[in-house]
Design a protein around this ligand. Structure first.
Ligand SMILES: [Zn+2]
Length: 141
């Protein structure tokens, strides 16, 4: 592996932290057929299963989409991710907390693509308001 290896395989490595057991998330393919749809999942969970951790897998497409939203950028790469994001916490299912290098943190809620219809505008607005409040609070500090 060379230093200019900017494949998406490394995009989030070491960045995503499991809120359940504290382990780092790793990249996996759910099966051969889905080789173009990688997911990220708790490293402990993949080794020992539900007995040690009941965290949730997250599709990589969702992570990329949410990073673009949080940073307000049309495209991202490993350099951008490393410049802007210190950590991505997974406190509970369908909830991510992006801790940014500028000191702010952003709550992000997501749904699995197959269940996206259940994501209502109210929930989206509530999440947005929460984010704005958090930003305002940090501006005062
Ligand atoms: Zn875990």
């Amino acid at each position: 592996m060379t230093s200019n290896y900017y494949h998406s395989q490394k995009l989030f490595s070491g960045l995503i932290v499991c809120g359940c057991c504290g382990a780092a998330y790793v990249r996996k393919y759910t099966n051969i057929k889905n080789s173009d749809r990688p997911i990220w999942i708790c490293g402990q969970y993949t080794k020992y299963g539900k007995s040690v951790c009941h965290s949730q897998q997250i599709p990589e497409t969702i992570l990329i989409e949410k990073v673009k939203e949080v940073l307000g950028l049309p495209e991202i790469n490993q350099t951008i991710v490393q410049e802007h994001i210190s950590r991505i916490m997974v406190p509970e299912h369908n909830h991510l907390i992006f801790e940014l290098k500028n000191g702010s943190s952003v709550d992000v809620f997501w749904k699995h693509p197959s269940r996206r219809l259940s994501w209502t505008d109210e929930m989206r607005e509530a999440a947005r308001q929460k984010t704005l409040m958090r930003y305002r609070k940090e501006e005062k500090l």
